[in-house]
Design a protein around this ligand. Structure first.
Ligand SMILES: [Zn+2]
Length: 420
């Protein structure tokens, strides 16, 4: 019964909405949209449930039906603080305000101009409103925005003097747009499959804890890189489809399946990166002997003392840089804390924050020398070093390991679970 209700309620709701609010064609055509396509139109979308959904209140459970997983929608923030942009559509698109008081259909390909107005209003074509405007593509229609292709619905959400765009997209389609930007599509299939499971799990875990009412994930490194699921690489599609519904769990729960470019010969406990995180076995570190083929494995770089002091100022130091040292490191050699000494004093700082502020490739630092106005670093790996090492996964796949072996290696103690 519970399954029945979940499955059929949205359909029932959309039928009721259509019955209650679908106005006549004449009525809805009173504000034609200006588009480069020739097409004022006129028909209510038939299957839309229009409100911005609240974040899920419960974790996806391992007993959810595969049908529910297949319908899982991810809300991705594509951009914020926009004042104007253009969105191309390759075919038919439905356009409506959140309260469904205005609805249009454009039947042919074209371009929609979007701009922010005063007082929290937004304009799409000639439609002006203070409500979110939803652009729903018909089947086979894709949007092009910022040179990337998208298959989901676009929510244009007005803010005070700007607007933001959130795409509501099917989870699996979202993954088509994540994988090629988190791992090369030319890598072995088993590495791509491991990445698909890790990214799917990370996505669902993030949705469990989402705080923003309008979106679940960013489309950049704050969540996962994402550039639209409209362009589908064969290898990526194969990896995502072959692992459909598969996630990693530990002790029956999803967990944050962190991953990174190169661990430099061994991954670390999550607390080395985030001291307040509670660790679990899959995030406690793993050996890695398959990542040394990569140019990220060892590195040398110089940054200016000014750059170091720019960060040092944020922790209360002033003056000139006098010294930079590793204060604490893990058993694999990854610095957890650095000591910065300036002419005004001395401070210990988390290396993770220092890395993000200065752009050093990892905290697995093997050498630091302050030479005049330059600080010379040598080190190993790329990224935070927690969870799956992507170069190592590539190396394991080349050594004929399958994606399950790769995932079990980098997330020890985890289990691949079907969400159905
Ligand atoms: Zn590695």
């Amino acid at each position: 019964m519970r399954k029945f209700s979940r499955q059929f309620f949205p359909l029932l709701l959309s039928v009721l909405l259509a019955a209650c609010v679908a106005p006549s064609a004449k009525k809805t055509s009173s504000v034609p949209l200006a588009t480069k396509a020739d097409s004022p139109l006129i028909e209510a979308p038939k299957t839309e449930e229009p409100s911005l959904p609240e974040p899920p209140s419960q974790a996806p459970k391992a007993d959810q039906s595969s049908q529910e997983n297949a319908k899982k929608t991810v809300r991705v923030l594509l951009t914020d603080s926009q004042t104007s942009t253009e969105i191309k559509h390759s075919g038919r698109v439905y356009i409506y305000t959140q309260d469904l008081s205005k609805k249009y259909k454009i039947s042919t390909a074209g371009t929609l101009a979007v701009k922010a107005l005063e007082n929290g209003r937004v304009q799409v074509g000639t439609l002006q409103t203070n409500q979110p405007i939803i652009l729903e593509p018909a089947k086979d229609t894709l949007f092009t925005w910022d040179k990337n292709l998208y298959a989901g619905k676009f929510f244009i959400i007005p803010a005070t003097h700007t607007f933001y765009i959130v795409e509501h997209v099917d989870l699996e389609n979202y993954l088509y747009g994540v994988l090629p930007y988190e791992m090369s599509y030319s890598w072995p299939l088993e590495a791509l499959k491991a990445q698909a499971v890790a990214a799917r799990t990370y996505t669902l875990k993030t949705i469990e804890n989402v705080k923003n009412k309008s979106f679940d994930l960013y489309s950049d490194v704050r969540s996962q890189m994402y550039k639209g699921g409209g362009k589908q690489y064969d290898s990526v599609k194969q990896a995502v489809d072959a692992t459909r519904s598969q996630v990693l769990t530990y002790d029956g729960n999803l967990f944050y399946t962190y991953y990174h470019g190169n661990c430099g010969g061994g991954t670390d406990d999550v607390r080395s990166w985030n001291p307040t995180a509670s660790t679990i076995k899959p995030l406690s570190g793993a050996s890695c002997s398959t990542d040394s083929h990569s140019k990220s494995y060892s590195w040398k770089m110089n940054i200016s003392t000014a750059k170091v002091m720019e960060y040092a100022k944020t922790v209360g130091l002033k003056g000139n840089l006098k010294g930079l040292f590793i204060a604490k490191k893990t058993g694999t050699g990854r610095a957890t804390n650095l000591t910065i000494r300036s002419s005004s004093g001395i401070k210990q700082v988390p290396c993770g924050k220092f890395r993000l502020a200065t752009g050093i490739r990892s905290c697995k630092i093997t050498k630091i020398s302050v030479l005049g106005q330059t600080v010379h670093f040598e080190g190993k790996g790329y990224g935070h070093g927690i969870g799956m090492c992507q170069d190592g996964a590539n190396g394991m796949a080349k050594n004929k390991k399958d994606y399950k072996q790769i995932l079990k290696h980098y997330y020890p103690g985890s289990k691949i679970t079907e969400i159905n």
